[in-house]
Design a protein around this ligand. Structure first.
Ligand code: COA
Length: 177
């Protein structure tokens, strides 16, 4: 049995809300729990949330938000995945896989053909393991003072059978998630 979790796979539920309090329950009070403060970026809140609770405490989260984009000059919408977080003492046990899978199951019902996420280089192998693919080109995102080039890695995953990433310049027409 996995220590601290029941032997049954933990249940992922859709959360009615996800606030700073929920994030603190998972990640604690650290100043930079996602390790991205040095980017100086302003982020978009997510608006659909999935989480895992253990004895009432939120221990994992993945969020979704619909993002307007221009890809190769054509307008498109993608589903942004963000705020992926697992309590430090429960990492390495598949909780991120579980929360992201539940979020993507929902994302497949939202319409867009692609999921998108941004992450630090050290997390690229983890997301590749979850089926995400890296975009090896610049991605512009909006910031309060205008567009900037995303300094983190950009990964995508198909939400519909046969979805490929379109060729051409990539712009997120909102804050990144
Ligand atoms: C990143 C984070 C969410 C991962 O959570 P986790 O519960 O430890 O991840 P999982 O156990 O579900 O691992 C997912 C998969 O990646 C694999 N994996 C983990 N680290 C890996 C690595 N360095 N290389 C390759 N695969 C890796 C795991 O083996 C697992 O695959 P498997 O299910 O086939 O065995 C967690 O470390 C965290 O909360 N970090 C702080 C917040 C953060 O940075 N979030 C990311 C925002 S993009």
């Amino acid at each position: 049995m996995t220590e601290g979790l029941s032997s049954a796979a933990p249940a992922v539920v859709r959360l009615a809300e996800y606030t700073k309090t929920g994030q603190r329950e998972i990640l604690g009070d650290g100043a930079d729990p996602f390790g991205v403060a040095d980017t100086g970026l302003t982020w978009l809140p997510k608006d659909v949330h999935f989480g895992v609770r253990q004895r009432g405490r939120l221990v994992a989260h993945a969020g979704l938000v619909r993002l307007p984009m221009a890809i190769g000059g054509a307008c498109a919408e993608v589903v942004g995945v963000g705020g992926v977080a697992v309590a430090p003492e429960l990492r390495g046990r598949g909780l991120a896989r579980l929360a992201v899978a539940a979020a993507l199951d929902h994302a497949r019902t939202m319409g867009p053909r692609h999921g998108l996420l941004f992450c630090r280089p050290t997390l690229v192998p983890l997301y590749r393991r979850l089926g995400w693919r890296a975009l090896e080109q610049e991605v512009r995102v909006e910031q309060p003072d205008g567009p900037v080039i995303m300094p983190l890695w950009t990964l995508w995953t198909p939400l519909h059978d046969g979805a490929r990433w379109p060729a051409g310049e990539i712009r997120v027409l909102s804050l990144p998630m």
